[in-house]
Design a protein around this ligand. Structure first.
Ligand SMILES: [Zn+2]
Length: 190
């Protein structure tokens, strides 16, 4: 992919639609993934450091909502405490995949991923976010598997989340209800 030359291209439009997964929606997500890739490459080019993305993993259709913004905000606080002065740049966007924060962070990408897994596993809302790490010159995010961690488990059963998602094991509404309930309990206890 051609490298971006201006900062302008790093800005992604706000997308907020509540509708079923149509061909249009599919294309919107595919187009966004290309822009996401360009944004990461641009941040790599400017800073020459790994890029991390933080995104609430919402099982429903309208991914930019109060719940996902709250989850992102809460996890971002822990993210800031853990990485502190290693964070060189931060950009926030509402995207078709939900609110997403891009961070440029100093350090070894695999160690950063281990810290990210720690947040996903130890924070009360950690199971509702995906934190990915993109090393310089690598097209794909560092995976849990290459660091010998198990794949992420589903919220509702103990199966790998990807299998439940692929097999449509659970109703979307059940997953959304569970997330809302967990966030509500979290808010009552902070
Ligand atoms: Zn499941």
């Amino acid at each position: 992919m051609e490298k971006q030359r201006t900062n302008e291209n790093a800005v992604m439009p706000v997308v907020q639609h509540a509708r079923r997964m149509t061909k249009e929606k599919y294309e919107e997500i595919q187009n966004y993934r290309v822009r996401k890739c360009q944004t990461i490459e641009e941040l790599h080019r400017i800073h020459e450091k790994p890029v991390m993305t933080l995104r609430a993993n919402y099982p429903g259709e309208d991914k930019n909502n109060e719940i996902t913004r709250l989850v992102n905000r809460e996890i971002a606080k822990t993210f800031d405490e853990i990485f502190q002065t290693k964070i060189l740049a931060v950009e926030n966007f509402d995207t078709p995949e939900g609110p997403t924060t891009f961070y440029v962070v100093k350090g070894d990408a695999r160690t950063l991923k281990e810290n990210a897994i720690y947040i996903e596993q130890s924070h009360e809302l950690g199971r509702f976010v995906d934190i990915d790490v993109y090393d310089i010159d690598e097209e794909y995010a560092v995976t849990r598997v290459e660091l010998a961690y198990e794949p992420r488990k589903c919220f509702l059963c103990d199966e790998p989340a990807k299998e439940c998602s692929r097999n449509k094991t659970h109703k979307t509404q059940d997953l959304v209800d569970y997330m809302i309930e967990e966030v509500r309990e979290y808010l009552e206890n902070i």
